[in-house]
Design a protein around this ligand. Sequence first.
Ligand code: MRU
Length: 379
Amino acid sequence: MTLEAIKYSGTQLSILDQLQLPHVVEYIEIRSAEEGWHAIKEMKVRGAPAIAIVAALSLAVELETLIKDGKLSANAEEVQLLIREKLHYLTTSRPTAVNLSDAARKLEAHVSTQARESESTGKSVASAFIEAAAQMLKDDLADNQNIGKYGADWLIQNTARTGQQEINVLTHCNTGSLATSGYGTALGVIRALHSSKVLKRAYCTETRPYNQGSRLTAFELVHDNIPSTLITDSMAAALLSSKERKVSAIIVGADRVAANGDTANKVGTYGLAVLAKYHGVKFLVAAPRTTIDLQTKSGQDIIIEERPAAEVTRIKGAREGCEENGLIATVRIAAPGIDVWNPAFDVTPSALIDGIITEVGVVERGANGSFNFEHIFGN
Ligand code: MRU
């Protein structure tokens, strides 16, 4: 069985409800941009590429339904405006991952070109949007497979230089099939290493507070029979200093890579990068080019989402129990009354990153400590 976070058939969109994993595997239907917005905000779907794809497809199914029910009577210009408004609304769901605003900008431009065609109608504009949104799902899968291949080749070459035969890697958060249209970015590299039979073991952090590691990455690793071990976030330093468990590289995903290579990713990533530097372990970021934001000069300009205190003060358990604030919250683990700070992401300075693995190759850090992406965007 292939793990699929997003199922799209043209008229129907359903997503695997990640709030319930790993206890319950349940798909929920998304029928409109509004339902898409809520699913993203409540983290029923999460991960930078998956957020962008679900946002676009949620609007695609809404438009498709209007066409099917004969309710799209608006002209080309009106439909273009409607799409622009809904895209803008969708981008307000989660601010840090750039993939969503990048997709909205490109889809808006595509639709506006279509609307300018002399024979365009409301229906043709809507259809152009639907087609482009569906294409995003296909492109993302192909991109991830290429990221996996380039990342695995880079790591194999770099570890061969150190005389190592087998590779142990550590990853953080969830960057796999559940965070993308399939295969994954950092987890895609792990999948490719496993297929090449050079992966000894993948370690994954629990990734508090939302537990993307223990709930989602562990779920994917077990699903694919990849030799793997779960650690709590606080065990990473012990793991990197272990001679027996010798980690060759830390591979993570990204929510936004600034023009200089500073990278926003799941909170805890920065700490792992500092540890990697101290222990002389390679630190790699795997992300499609849509995650690289050349408009954002450095990490200081990235908006970091802050999430509800309940994610920190409570832990989730099995489905039985109380449903509170959209979380399957079961047990309060923090003292009542304590103040909570819950930033969902942190920024890793480019100087701590050895390479950024994209679908067109690995960009290595320059001698000046930052990255130059010009050649991978063709200018
Ligand atoms: O808050 P989340 O679960 O959406 O955060 C996800 C991450 O930080 C991932 O590492 C990132 O989006 C890349 S997913 C391919």
